[in-house]
Design a protein around this ligand. Structure first.
Ligand SMILES: Nc1ncnc2c1ncn2[C@@H]1O[C@H](COP(=O)(O)OP(=O)(O)OP(=O)(O)O)[C@@H](O)[C@H]1O
Ligand SMILES: [Mg+2]
Length: 312
């Protein structure tokens, strides 16, 4: 990964971010109820001064402000209790912030009615540490179910499920039940399920928390490939080694506060340069696509990837 070309790509990325940061933002209050524009057209996630307190001693998230742009790969790190899962739950609209503004694809989450929440969530792929598979359904049916609930036709299911199972290396396990799979395979199924709709945003909360290092690489490889298709990926993790090696953007939380936001950071330790090239090869079993310059029109389309159904 530390090749000269990827370094220059990173520098380009950093310059682009600096340029974007310097671009005047749309007035904060200018976002309309449902179709409001994001303060940056390329922002998929925006937190502005978001606070969620559980009680007086437990600050879930405190005054968090950050943006995640289309196509970003973001690691959320921090010690246990730092607020990573709280942040994910806020994004999933499982809970509401006490104050501050959260926008996803330009829409203020507080304005999505309860009835519209399921439509909103269709745009999100979600992967959990404990897989959350349906125990009485086969691999195929676990993944097909995710499509069925969105109203996909039988024809779509017949074509998309085998495709995603191939991508995730599960073609030979179609008829197995979750209890007949290893932990890594179960997590592959849950990644397949999260991605079968090709959501514009994928959230993974400790996706490798229960897996050994080799299996972890396989899951990260999948998330990396999913990100390369253009899906924005946010991964909360304790896996210091993996974060250091992947050299992606890192936001670190401590007691609910953002204490670090680095474009290509490590977990807080030193980059593991001795294995970077090998690791890069391991992670991508295909050459990484050349960094793409987005046209203004493409950049402005971050929100257009999202289903309009959740806005009124
Ligand atoms: N339902 C809840 N009620 C009260 N306090 C909570 C609740 N959920 C989380 N907390 C507290 O909020 C803080 C943040 O928790 P959170 O689960 O977001 O941390 P985390 O960074 O995901 O930790 P971990 O790495 O252990 O998963 C912690 O102090 C936690 O005890
Ligand atoms: Mg957590």
């Amino acid at each position: 990964m530390a090749t000269p070309s990827s370094n220059s790509a990173r520098h380009r990325e950093a310059r682009e971010r600096a340029r974007q940061a310097a671009t005047p933002r749309v007035r904060e209050g200018a976002a309309g109820p449902a179709g409001g524009r994001p303060s940056h057209p390329n922002a998929v996630i925006e937190f502005r001064g978001v606070t969620k307190k559980y009680d007086s001693t437990h600050a879930g998230v405190s005054d968090a402000s950050f943006s995640v742009h289309r196509g970003d790969f973001l690691f959320l790190v921090g010690q246990t209790g730092a607020g990573k899962s709280t942040l994910m739950k806020l994004l999933l609209k499982e809970m509401e912030p006490d104050s501050g503004l959260i926008r996803v694809a330009g829409r203020d989450l507080s304005e999505i009615t309860r009835k519209k929440v399921p439509y909103y969530r269709r745009n999100l792929g979600v992967v959990f540490q404990d897989f959350k598979l349906l125990p009485n359904r086969t691999v195929h049916d676990n993944v097909a179910y995710a499509l069925q609930v969105t109203g996909a036709s039988r024809k779509q299911i017949r074509s998309q499920v085998p495709d995603i199972l191939r991508l995730t290396g599960l073609s030979t396990k179609l008829h197995n039940y979750p209890h007949q799979l290893s932990g890594g395979e179960q997590q592959r199924v849950s990644v397949a399920r999260a991605f079968v709709n090709h959501p514009p945003l994928l959230l993974a909360d400790e996706p490798t928390g229960n897996l050994d290092p080799d299996t972890t690489i396989g899951i990260m490889q999948l998330l990396y490939r999913i990100n390369k298709t253009g899906t924005t990926v946010v991964v909360a993790t304790h896996d210091e080694g993996m974060v250091n090696r992947m050299r992606r953007r890192v936001i670190e939380l401590s007691a609910g506060r953002i204490i670090r936001d680095e474009i290509a950071g490590g977990y807080g330790g030193q980059p593991q340069s001795e294995s970077t090239a090998e690791f890069g090869a391991l992670l991508r079993d295909e050459p990484a696509p050349a960094p793409q310059r987005r046209t203004r029109r493409e950049s402005a389309a971050a929100s257009s990837l999202f289903d309009d159904a959740f806005s009124d």
